[in-house]
Design a protein around this ligand. Structure first.
Ligand code: HEC
Ligand code: HEC
Length: 395
């Protein structure tokens, strides 16, 4: 596929693909915030949080939404425009970030754009998030107005939809039963799966970016749907956790240090918990569809997708040959459209007779972490204080 861009936006593509440049802003911001002694937002109450315009100081376009949704929108802005937080917020990346008061021209433009997008969706799509920042921007600050001749006569640009349709019977794809049956067998069989009711794991996680940083990592998981992932970072523990009812994130190095997930984001957090025991995942949804054959890293995979509550979209990719799960993507619905999370699994080895991934990469809108597990402890006794609000509140 040929991708030809005028110079300015090409430069942005290059920047975007270069992990060092791309992630520099985010990490600089983390470090900066970590060293800021007085952070206006540091006194986060544990639960519940006020809505965006009450919680933040200078919010007029993204009003009346939850804090997790608001932070998702900031991530989606950055992703759609290939920008860092510091491109709109003066001082992000220094030890004196100004998230609220500096209404510079670009921030004002973004706020105006937010209003435009809300108006378009309200007027023409009954409020559905049909048009998003990405619809026009596609990684560029100034969207191109016209296709180039190379685009017109070359190979088409491809931006596949995240929605998967059921492939027709003649498309040569297996049935849902065939895919899941093969998966269960590949994992070690239904009996072994049923006998694994909890596990802990230890290992390390490497953050993606200019700082070559590896932190100790821990997992706690209890069937059917409780999961806590902890990265013991130098500036404090980064935690993602769910007890199957609520879900939280703790991000000590960023602007909002901890918050509960709500609405569609909560459905996503809960699904992560259920995915800690993916042998049971088929029953989690009732509307699976099998997509056309596709591939990941040149390996053929079967794609299945289901829709959950509040616009949750779950997509699983199974290796055609081994039958094991290679990728799990979930999209949640935010104020600015669908927000993806992706986990890629590899290095499967048996633990109490069940194949478990010893490596996985967790990618979300604000970062990417590569986990390497050194040991799983199957059927460990895990106290309820390891999950949800209890672990977030723990020092
Ligand atoms: C394209 C510009 C843009 C980018 C990039 C961006 N923001 Fe924002 N940010 C805004 C705008 C606009 C507002 C005000 C929104 C409103 O008025 O509803 C805002 C508001 C905020 C606020 C609320 C501050 C307050 O108290 O009023 C925080 C916190 C914030 N952004 C954090 C971030 C973080 C963290 C990132 C990077 C992940 C980021 N932003 C990336 C444009 C941006
Ligand atoms: C309907 C298409 C469209 C959508 C949707 C859209 N934009 Fe834009 N945006 C534009 C265009 C066109 C420009 C360039 C305007 C110009 O050159 O003055 C622009 C410019 C901008 C700029 C200024 C860029 C710079 O280099 O300073 C920002 C910031 C911005 N948009 C943010 C957003 C955000 C945030 C969203 C989603 C809430 C969004 N836009 C959605 C079309 C769109």
């Amino acid at each position: 596929m040929r991708l030809l861009y005028p110079d300015a936006s090409r430069q942005q593509r290059v920047t975007r693909r270069n992990p060092t440049i791309r992630a520099a802003g985010v990490f600089a911001m983390e470090i900066a915030v970590a060293f800021t002694s007085v952070n206006a937002l540091a006194q986060t109450p544990i639960s519940p949080l006020p809505l965006s315009d009450k919680y933040f100081k200078n919010v007029t376009a993204l009003k009346g939404i939850t804090v997790d949704d608001f932070m998702g929108a900031m991530g989606l802005y950055s992703a759609a425009l290939s920008m860092c937080c510091g491109d709109c917020h003066v001082g992000a990346g220094t030890d004196n970030p100004d998230w609220a008061s500096d209404d510079n021209p670009r921030k004002r433009k973004a706020r105006q754009m937010e209003q435009v997008v809300q108006a378009i969706n309200k007027e023409h799509w009954s409020g559905a998030k049909a048009v998003t920042c990405w619809t026009c921007h596609r990684g560029s600050g100034s969207p191109s107005v016209t296709a180039t001749m190379d685009q017109i006569y070359g190979e088409p640009l491809s931006f596949p939809s995240e929605l998967i349709q059921q492939a027709p019977p003649n498309a040569g794809v297996p049935t849902l039963d065939q895919i899941f049956d093969k998966y269960i067998t590949a994992l070690g069989g239904a009996d072994k799966i049923a006998a694994l009711t909890s596990y802990t794991a230890k290992g390390e996680t490497k953050a993606y970016g200019p700082v070559d940083r590896t932190d100790p990592a821990e997992l706690f998981a209890k069937a059917p749907d409780q999961l806590t992932m902890i990265a013991h970072q130098r500036g404090g523990d980064m935690v993602r956790t769910t007890d199957g009812k609520s879900a939280w994130v703790k991000l000590p190095l960023t602007v909002v240090k901890q918050y509960p997930l709500t609405g569609s984001l909560l459905e996503g957090g809960k699904l992560d918990g259920a995915m800690a025991f993916p042998g049971q995942i088929r029953k989690y949804f009732t509307n699976w569809r099998v997509g056309f054959p596709t591939s990941i890293d040149d390996k053929p995979v079967w794609a299945v997708q289901a829709t959950g509550k509040n616009g949750l979209l779950a997509t699983l990719y199974f290796d055609k040959q081994t039958g094991l799960l290679t990728r799990y993507v979930r999209h949640v619905n935010t104020a600015d459209g669908r927000m993806p999370n992706q986990i890629d699994y590899s290095d499967y080895r048996p633990v109490a007779g069940v194949m478990m991934p010893f490596k996985f990469t967790y990618e979300w809108i604000s970062g990417r972490e590569e986990y390497s597990i050194t040991a799983y402890t199957p059927n460990a006794a895990i106290d309820s204080s390891k999950f949800a609000e209890a672990i977030i509140a723990a020092k």
